[in-house]
Design a protein around this ligand. Structure first.
Ligand SMILES: [Zn+2]
Length: 284
């Protein structure tokens, strides 16, 4: 009897300590959220003061204000309440936050090519929408996740682009998206661009497919990813060629891809008649 009693006393003690650890964790997360909200308010005030002292032009609408005015920031953050959109052609269930157009397109261009790293915050927060949608998708993502913690794998940038920018732009968006949501996920830089890979813009269908396949899985990532559900992440999805190629490369080494997400969906420049928006962001 003695050992049994002492066992249950020990398990009661461990249950009590687990419960107190859980309540301590939730109190800590509430405190962290309050701190984050305070910092966000201070940051907004700082941006307003900076705009007064050094007025800039909003990349979204051109008014003299901050680099991204309050109205355009609201659009980038999804204040227009546009629903997350399903994208076909990626080879796995795929969702994008919004169209590659308007202030979101302008902010993404400035972030990728204009050195405007600060835009990572609104853009990354917008990316959390499709990530959360993947978890709610019982036709694909959620059921295959089956309570396993997914790993987010970004599509690789060309190394020249990374050198010019100084940061891996999709990875940075993913970090913000994860912080902005309660999405339980890990990250892994599992893919790399091979030599001669270029941007997809301006290539025809055959060129896109060929160029998209110029990616490889890092060998040291394979062991980490096997047995875990992978969600691919990209900034813009157009035909889905890059995502399809990434799915194929990962599946070829025994890694399961359950879904893909993107910030924006763009439509191909050579088929604007079927679309509301073409790649340049103007009505086509
Ligand atoms: Zn604006």
């Amino acid at each position: 009897m003695g050992p049994i009693r002492s066992f249950s006393a020990a398990s009661a003690a461990s249950a009590a300590s687990a419960a107190s650890a859980a309540s301590a964790a939730s109190a800590a997360s509430a405190a962290a959220k309050r701190r984050a909200a305070r910092w966000a308010a201070v940051r907004e005030l700082g941006l307003d003061l900076a705009a007064l002292l050094w007025p800039a032009t909003c990349v979204g609408c051109g008014v003299v204000d901050r680099e991204l005015c309050a109205a355009c920031t609201r659009v980038v953050l999804g204040g227009d309440a546009a629903p997350v959109r399903r994208v076909d052609g990626a080879g796995v269930p795929c969702y994008a936050a919004t169209a590659y157009a308007g202030p979101t397109r302008a902010a993404l261009l400035a972030y990728k090519h204009g050195g405007a790293f600060g835009f990572v915050r609104p853009l990354g927060r917008r990316l959390s929408g499709p990530l959360e949608r993947v978890l709610a998708d019982d036709s694909g993502g959620m059921r295959r996740l089956a309570d396993r913690i997914p790993v987010l794998v970004s599509l690789p940038s060309r190394s020249q682009g990374v050198r010019e920018r100084g940061w891996k732009h999709v990875d940075e968006l993913v970090k913000v998206a994860l912080r902005a949501s309660d999405f339980p996920a890990a990250r892994c830089s599992a893919l790399r661009a091979l030599r001669h890979r270029t941007g997809q813009v301006g290539l025809d269908a055959v060129g896109r497919e060929r160029n998209a396949r110029l990616i490889a899985v890092r060998r040291r990532a394979v062991r980490r990813l096997r047995g875990r559900p992978v969600i691919l992440v990209d900034d813009i999805v157009t035909t889905g060629a890059s995502l399809r190629a990434a799915v194929a490369a990962l599946e070829a080494v025994g890694v399961e891809v359950v879904a893909a997400v993107a910030l924006c969906t763009a439509l191909r420049r050579d088929m604007p008649q079927k679309t509301e928006w073409n790649l340049t962001g103007e009505k086509g």
